[in-house]
Design a protein around this ligand. Structure first.
Ligand SMILES: [Zn+2]
Length: 202
């Protein structure tokens, strides 16, 4: 009986440590303002599409008990790398950083997802695992191949918290753009990012 109680207590305690810790998700809508990123023939900007996904991610993350920080909340906002990354952190909170982007290609039919992490960043191991989980999830959600790359991007380099850049399709591909604007698809992408974070605890 005593042994069972101790085991139960241990389970409750480790459970508290591992799973009840507050998560803060920093959501970075790529580009913005004077820097609109990539643009397609219809004039749609990567920066505007990413803001839509960022707003959805904020909503679903909060619904799933996470706190959120948005680096950008307006279309016309131009941010520096410093305003986008390297946030002060609280040691009692687990932070994650997701920067949202769409890729571009000369050929409109090109599709596919891309995930960036930086192998020399402070939290590179967790970032890589997170990138791998999101990559797999995106393949399931949109049926396109995902690539993972080790990239020395300024924001990834400046961040100490687990950080990934997520390219969920191409702004130059009409199907990807249609999906990117669809609330049901946005929900699927956001939920897979949230699940991937939940599975990648540190
Ligand atoms: Zn971009």
């Amino acid at each position: 009986m005593k042994k069972i109680l101790i085991a139960l207590l241990a389970l409750i305690l480790t459970g508290t440590n591992t799973y009840s810790q507050k998560i803060k998700l920093i959501i970075d809508a790529g580009h913005g303002g004077k820097d609109f990123g990539a643009k397609n023939k219809a004039g749609e900007k990567e920066s505007d599409l990413c803001l839509l996904m960022a707003e959805a991610l904020q909503k679903y993350a909060q619904e799933n008990g996470m706190e959120t920080i948005m680096t950008r909340t307006k279309k016309e906002q131009t941010l520096t790398h410093e305003q986008r990354s390297g946030f002060k952190t609280d040691k009692n909170i687990k932070y994650y950083y997701v920067s949202l982007h769409m890729d571009k290609d000369k050929t409109a039919s090109t599709r596919g997802n891309k995930l960036y992490y930086y192998s020399r960043a402070v939290s590179s191991g967790i970032s890589k695992t997170l990138a791998e989980r999101i990559a797999k999830g995106l393949e399931r959600v949109n049926g396109n191949k995902s690539q993972i790359e080790d990239k020395e991007a300024v924001i990834l380099k400046r961040n100490s918290v687990p950080s990934v850049m997520v390219y969920y399709g191409h702004v130059t591909n009409p199907q990807d753009v249609k999906l990117a604007k669809d609330p049901a698809y946005q929900r699927e992408v956001c939920m897979l990012i949230i699940r991937s974070i939940m599975e990648t605890r540190y």
